[in-house]
Write a protein that binds this ligand. Structure first.
Ligand code: AMP
Ligand code: MG
Length: 308
């Protein structure tokens, strides 16, 4: 059966495009750093934007992130469905740090499409599932669209017909303070406000650059220690994060494999944080190297002076 085959592929670290009620997602094991890196590579994203983690049940969701009363009420009312909740990440969450782009929060959704839920249950683990299109292109709403976009990168495209909603999920941030509309989507703001009261809508009130998803959160990407890029060696007091032949305290990828480097990036930065500084070996500015350098540049800025 197609779902069992798709689940086996995902458990083996492969990518599978799958239908949801919103759009087709490019699915991978959310706990597998290498598979998550392959998702970014397949989409050709110039940046590591945090991905939505898909679950098929409340218990599973509550094991990954901290729900408060508002989160529980929204999940009771709208899950399964086109609502994504951004919540504080549980300290022992098995989800790849790359999936949440190094943030302390996690975006969670329980999709309503029966094939999506069946796939997640068959894998037995949460899945990342950004829209199954190349970066900057329209989200696919049929299996044929998904195949045309990313068929080359997906081991399989699970066909569930056309997506009922055809519009991405609404993303709500639940941190301290009022709930925030991080992305308008298929579930109406009015429906959400009937549960939570007024949402803060920065998407409508401030310019692109100041939006909190993920713009305002960029300082969270920064380690506490100052970070220095394109370093040939460590200065006294610095830890060295190597790449390829240029080794160090840790090495992002001894074989200079950019997908491996991406998979290790956030976990290794965390490991080296707290020393006098982090020197990072030069990373080539191509393929996933561009996204790695984008994050390193932001971390280098943020570690010295928090961004506004
Ligand atoms: P996509 O990957 O196309 O499904 O889009 C995911 C959306 O969720 C993007 O708008 C992200 O910025 C947003 N998102 C995912 N995780 C987070 C997070 N931890 N904090 C804020 N926004 C998030
Ligand atoms: Mg998308």
């Amino acid at each position: 059966m197609a779902v069992a085959q798709a689940a086996a592929l995902i458990r083996a670290g492969k990518l599978v495009a799958f239908p949801t009620e919103t759009v087709y997602g490019l699915g991978a094991d959310a706990a597998d750093d290498r598979a998550v890196a392959a998702v970014f590579e397949a989409k050709g994203r110039p940046r590591f934007n945090p991905l939505i983690v898909h679950v098929a049940g409340r218990e599973e969701a509550e094991a990954l992130a901290a729900f408060d009363d508002r989160g529980r009420r929204l999940a009771d009312r709208f899950w399964p469905g086109p609502l994504t909740l951004v919540l504080p990440r549980a300290p022992d969450s098995p989800v790849s740090l790359l999936a949440s782009a190094g943030l302390d929060t996690l975006a969670l959704r329980w999709p309503a499409h029966p094939l999506a839920a069946a796939l997640i249950r068959a894998v037995g683990r949460p899945l990342v599932g950004p829209s199954a299109n190349r970066s900057g292109r329209l989200s696919p709403t049929t299996a044929a669209h998904a195949t045309a976009e990313l068929g080359r990168h997906a081991a399989m495209v699970l066909d569930g017909g056309s997506c009922r909603l055809g519009l991405e999920s609404t993303v709500i941030g639940l941190g301290e303070g009022l709930p925030v509309l991080l992305r308008p989507g298929a579930l109406s703001v009015e429906a959400i406000e009937s549960e939570t009261g007024p949402l803060v809508e920065p998407a409508l009130t401030v310019g692109e650059a100041a939006r909190p998803s993920p713009g305002m959160l960029l300082r969270h990407y920064a380690p506490n220690s100052p970070l220095r890029m394109a370093a040939e060696s460590a200065l006294p007091g610095e830890a060295m994060l190597g790449f390829g032949a240029l080794s160090g305290d840790l090495n992002l990828s001894p074989s200079a494999d950019l997908a491996e480097a991406a998979a290790n990036l956030f976990a290794m930065l965390r490991q080296l944080d707290g020393r006098g500084g982090i020197a990072v070996a030069p990373i080539p500015e191509r393929n996933l190297g561009r996204a790695i350098n984008d994050r390193l540049r932001r971390a280098a800025l943020g570690s010295r002076k928090p961004t506004v």
